[in-house]
Unconditional design. Structure first.
Length: 120
């Protein structure tokens, strides 16, 4: 069974790391529920809670198989503790009410606030 993955940065279509989603199924555009924002972590974004946010973060939902999810976890450094994969609630017009997303584990203090959408 495929997992649903919310991508918000360099994995999106047209971005530099999209190749890691090759062979997986694009489900559709999505937005998180309000309460999240993006920070620049040095050429790629990090998704973080932001209680003051009223718009959420724009991204895409992908259906990924188990092998692709394992490769993505390795790419994101999950086992090294750089990112963690966790569930996030999505708002309409998302194709699903929730999906997995990658959250950075590094501190965000002093990082540039990007807002609700990552563009390369």
């Amino acid at each position: 069974m495929d997992a649903l993955l919310f991508v918000y940065g360099t994995l999106k279509r047209g971005c530099c790391n999209h190749r890691h989603l090759a062979g997986q199924r694009f489900v559709g555009p999505a937005r998180t529920v309000p309460g999240f924002t993006l920070y620049d972590l040095g050429g790629y974004p990090g998704l973080a809670p932001a209680p003051e946010d009223t718009t959420g973060v724009a991204g895409e939902i992908w259906a990924v198989d188990a092998a692709a999810l394992a490769r993505l976890d390795a790419f994101e450094g999950v086992h090294e503790g750089l990112y963690r994969r966790d569930r996030i609630a999505l708002s309409l017009p998302a194709a699903a009410p929730a999906a997995d997303a990658y959250f950075p584990t590094v501190g965000l203090l002093g990082r540039r606030h990007v807002g609700s959408e990552w563009t390369e």
